[in-house]
Each structure stands twice: as C-alpha cells, then as structure tokens.
Write a protein that binds this ligand. Structure first.
Ligand code: SF4
Length: 354
C-alpha cells in the first residue's frame, strides 16, 4: 500500500448529535440512490446501546488481533441489513384503492438501519441512550484492504481516503473485504457486481468542499480536517485535549473517525433526588466502545463544563471548540460553497496507483 502523506479525520460530538438522520439522508440522496443500492446506508445513525446496522455488527469480527494478524469475521447478510423494502406504490397511488390501503412495505420488514431507535437501556428513571453516526473510518490499517485478494482497495496518499477500485473488485465473487472490515462498512451492489462504501465524498473534497454528511449536519456536530493541522479543531480535540476517541480501538484498524463521548443527566435515587455517586451511562459500557481513554475524556469534559457554569463564567477553549459558533469552523480546509465548484455528478475514475 502506498505511503500516506496526510490523513483526513472526522470528529463527531455525541453530545450534540440529535439523531435527526440529516447526515445519513444527504449521503443516501447523494451516493446510494442508484440501482443495486437500496439497502445501503454508507452513513447511518444508530441508537446506543442497540444492535445497530447491520444487525449485531459489533459481534461479527474482523480487523486485527493483538499481534497484528488479520482476523476474518462474518460477512453481513442482506437480512442483517434489513433487505430492500418494496412499497405498494401501484396499489396505493394508481390502483384506485387509495382510500382503502395505506402506503406500506409489501413484505413485513424484520430489520432496518434504525430499527432499535430510541430504545436504549437502563431502569426507569435512570434510562439512557445516545446516537452514534457511523460511516467508513478510512482506517490507517484497513482490514478490508488486506483481506481483498485483488488489491482493489487502496488508501490515497494525499488524504488517506480508502477507496475501492470497482473494475478490479468486479472480478471477485466472494468479497472478503466484508469479512476483514470489523465495522461492516462495505456493501455489495449486485447490479454492478462490486463492493461499495463511503468514499469520503471524494469528488467534493478534491474541490475543497466538505462531505455531504459534514456540511449538512444541522447540529454542527461533525468536524473534518487533516489530522496534522495543529491549528485545526480535529487535531485539538483528538491530540491536544484527547476528548475525541476512536470507536472500538481494539479492532486495531486505526480508525480515523473520532467521537466525543456522551455525557448524560445525573442519576436519580428512589426519592427523585440527584445521585452523583455514579454516572447514568455506565463507564464500563463507554469503555467497551471507546477504550480506556474514555475515563480521562469524560473527566476533562466535566471539568471544562464546570468552568462555564461558574458564576462568573471561566473561559474554556474546549467548550468554545465544541460549540462551533461559526459553522465553517467544522470544515477544516473544505470550506468552499457548493455553488463555487464544478458540477459533481459521479465519482471520479479510480486508479490502482494510489
Ligand atoms: Fe475498511 Fe472498514 Fe476501515 Fe472502512 S472502516 S477503511 S471499510 S476496515
């Protein structure tokens, strides 16, 4: 694999994500709105704790073991993804029975991209949940690439984006990339016989325009930048403040998507009084997602929050970074307006030289 000169990274603040799915819908409309892609959600927002999309993806395996050896896990089935929902459009809109039938899937669905939305965990009144947006992590050590026997998956040297060369991929009838990726971020398009996944909106970022999910987020909760830009918020949150952490670091693929862990309101005791003795979201659960660094990250967030709640308020660079008063602060060097770039109609031709 070619040596990487720079790496783009994403930070998502889980305290700001409100589960609106705007990021996912903008990606869906932009990238997976074509033949063979109905079941694909390159970007999705799952409720946690939950089984997610694909169903139970966290238990499917993949990535690398402690010695750096590739582990091949399960490949998600169409059932794990929820399949393709066909709706009764003809009957409802054109069959003359519009007053008797409702628009509905023809076959009862059993799973979907946000099937367990807002279910969460815990005992009332101390229930909890939070939203976890996910797309390909553009990993530093992508298990998908090592698993591919045709070397169809590469990292671009200039930005570390992980791309699939569909012309090479089409030779494969048993895509092992899906077994190698522990995040289960690769989908099969049976129409073009190729594996497909998030490409970090490459045609946009090549023109200085942020990816659709980053740009469209109404909660201003997704940042994107080069990780080595020391003046950038992504670098500061990941490296300086250490409050943005990779998801499941034990998969050992060095993911480049980082998350500011969720805080929650304090627990209540049986009399309805605030009980600060333990957090509402169990730390063991957060450690299982973000590793041991989450304890320090949560402490730092709480300390900085406390500064801003004091009377009079104390300054906090971290809180100012997370608030992102100017939305362009989220975009690193990718601040161009969509009206200023050339029309983006399809992905650029991919080569195997990257
Ligand atoms: Fe490959 Fe999966 Fe990492 Fe994306 S998240 S680069 S598909 S291993």
């Amino acid at each position: 694999m070619a040596e990487i000169q720079r790496q783009v990274g994403f930070v998502i603040d889980l305290n700001k994500c409100m589960g609106c799915w705007t990021c996912a819908m903008s990606c869906k409309i932009f990238w997976t709105n074509d033949k063979g892609m109905d079941h694909m959600w390159w970007m999705k927002v799952n409720t946690m704790p939950g089984r997610g999309y694909p169903k139970d993806w966290e238990k499917m395996g993949g990535g690398y073991d402690g010695s750096g050896k590739l582990v091949l896990g399960k490949k998600p089935t169409m059932e794990d993804l929820g399949g393709v929902m066909q709706f009764n459009y003809e009957e409802t809109f054109y069959g003359g029975r519009g007053s008797q039938v409702h628009l509905a899937p023809k076959k009862k669905p059993t799973w979907g991209p946000n099937w367990d939305e807002d279910i969460g965990a815990g005992e009332y009144p101390n229930t909890y949940f939070f939203y976890l947006p996910r797309h390909c992590n553009h990993c530093g050590k992508p298990g998908c690439a090592e698993a591919c026997p045709f070397e169809a998956i590469t990292k671009r040297p200039e930005d570390g984006v992980v791309l699939i060369d569909e012309t090479k991929c089409a030779q494969c009838h048993d895509p092992m990339c899906r077994a190698g990726c522990p995040y289960k971020e690769i989908f099969i398009n049976d129409f073009v016989y190729a594996a497909q996944k998030c490409n970090a909106c490459l045609p946009r970022i090549e023109q200085g325009l942020a990816p659709a999910c980053v740009r469209q987020c109404p909660g201003r909760c997704i940042w994107m930048d080069f990780l080595d830009n020391e003046e950038g918020t992504v670098h500061k949150l990941v490296t300086q403040w250490k409050v943005a952490l990779p998801l499941h670091p034990e998969f050992n693929t060095r993911p480049n998507m980082y998350y500011v862990p969720p805080l929650a309101p304090p627990r209540l005791d049986e009399n309805g009084n605030i009980d600060e003795s333990q957090p509402r979201i169990p730390m063991e659960y957060l450690r299982s997602l973000f590793g041991d660094g989450v304890d320090q990250a949560v402490d730092t967030l709480k300390q900085e929050f406390a500064k801003r709640r004091k009377v009079p308020k104390e300054p906090s660079e971290l809180m100012d970074l997370l608030i992102a008063r100017q939305w362009k602060e989220l975009l690193g060097p990718f601040t161009k307006d969509p009206t200023e770039v050339e029309a983006i109609s399809e992905a650029p031709e991919l080569t195997s030289e990257a």
